[in-house]
Design a protein around this ligand. Structure first.
Ligand SMILES: [Zn+2]
Ligand SMILES: [Zn+2]
Length: 414
């Protein structure tokens, strides 16, 4: 007999624009004509566009075009790493594992967020170039500090790092640097660099929808000579559904299915920096609406440490983080949902043989911008040229060329 997909409740968006959008949910996205109806009702373009699952509609959109820059901004990229030269300054952004060691000391090193593919070479470069100024957001430094206990180079690097709050402008030599919230991970920043009257924007990894209880990024309203948009994330043809509940459906269904089959202990091994908090936010929100009511959600090891940093930063502004969470200790509780670092799963493999334990490996949890969000950003941001880096997506490139956006794909891409 056919088993229906288990139902899980979830709070619906409150009355207002999001509720209206919710009514248009069809196959996980909204059509071009839905989008036009919503615009006639007065909803802003940037609010609707990330969710429009309709390439024909996209090809009719007009990119926000800025005049060609007067300055000569030179740039190269290696994965997430960027080297940018302007006014005789050399500025490196996100020294990830693919970045070659600079031949001379950079004037500035900027870090968008704490993920390893953006920071792998930072401690070594900090030691090699002790006079180079390093800037990152305060929360990014806090997350990196979790790894500093046995890493003396990283400790020394963080001690001399200049910390910026979102929106704060810092003048260094001839440029001004400002960080804007990027969504995706606690502390993740888009970086704005201003030289004279011209500005460049680097997105780093980002998301426009809510992820892990973090508000999605806004499309910055400035006019830019160059915008570097990261296109990483794995699911290259994914249009996020219109609300966070629907974006989490696949994961929540897997949990609900395990629960309805009688599982008492559900183990979720997952990346502890970002993905775990998105999984936790999804579970907390479904529980608040009555889903999987009899299971406590536990967080273990580095998942708990990092989540505590989320809770301290977001407990007054973000629903999933208002209350303290339960921590799992050894031996693991026999009943509950346990979110743990994927690397620690070997140590508990014996538990998977227990009859009432289910192990949800590779859960469908996304923390990067999907295709709809990347298109909305690429069309909505006002720039002369758009550089797509840190990942490559033919569908994105082709659609943007069709609608007239000038794009640059760096040749040094991995
Ligand atoms: Zn990232
Ligand atoms: Zn990345």
């Amino acid at each position: 007999m056919h088993n229906p997909t288990p139902y899980f409740p979830y709070p619906r968006p409150p009355n207002g624009p999001l509720r209206q959008l919710d009514c248009y949910l069809q196959d996980g996205g909204i059509t071009g004509s839905d989008a036009e109806n919503l615009r006639q009702e007065g909803l802003p373009w940037s609010f609707i566009a990330p969710y429009v699952h309709d390439l024909e509609w996209w090809r009719q959109q007009k990119p926000a075009q800025a005049p060609q820059p007067a300055k000569n901004w030179r740039a190269q990229t290696w994965g997430a790493a960027i080297c940018l030269e302007v006014n005789g300054l050399s500025i490196w952004i996100d020294p990830g594992p693919l970045a070659p060691t600079p031949k001379a000391a950079p004037d500035l090193i900027l870090v968008t967020h704490a993920h390893h593919d953006h920071t792998a070479r930072l401690p070594a470069w900090s030691a090699l170039f002790p006079d180079t100024r390093i800037l990152m957001s305060t929360q990014t430094a806090d997350l990196l500090a979790n790894h500093a206990e046995h890493n003396y180079l990283l400790q020394a690097c963080l001690q001399r790092t200049i910390l910026l709050d979102f929106g704060e402008v810092r003048k260094i030599q001839d440029v001004e640097v400002c960080m804007l919230p990027a969504g995706h991970l606690l502390g993740a920043s888009m970086i704005e660099i201003k030289a004279g009257q011209e500005r460049v924007l680097i997105t780093g990894d980002f998301a426009l929808r809510e992820v892990g209880g973090l508000k999605g990024a806004d499309i910055p309203g400035g006019e830019y000579s160059l915008v570097f948009m990261a296109s990483s994330g794995g699911v290259s043809d994914w249009f996020p559904p219109v609300d966070v509940r629907a974006a989490r459906t696949q994961f929540l269904n897997a949990v609900a299915e395990a629960y309805s089959c009688g599982a008492q202990q559900i183990i979720v091994p997952i990346q502890s920096l970002g993905q775990a908090q998105e999984a936790y936010a999804a579970l907390v929100m479904t529980q608040r609406a009555g889903g999987v009511p009899n299971l406590v959600v536990y967080l273990k090891d580095s998942v708990a440490t990092i989540s505590d940093q989320y809770r301290r930063a977001l407990n007054t502004t973000s629903d999933p983080w208002r209350l303290p969470f339960a921590e799992a200790h050894d031996p693991l509780p026999a009943k509950g949902i346990i979110i743990m670092p994927e690397g620690n799963i070997d140590s508990i493999s014996s538990l998977n043989k227990k009859p009432k334990s289910v192990h949800l490996s590779k859960p469908a949890i996304y923390t990067h911008a999907g295709l709809g969000e990347q298109l909305a950003f690429a069309v909505g941001v006002c720039c002369a040229d758009l550089v797509i880096y840190h990942g490559y997506n033919t569908l994105l490139e082709r659609t943007l060329l069709d609608l007239g956006r000038k794009i640059i794909i760096p040749r040094m891409e991995n």
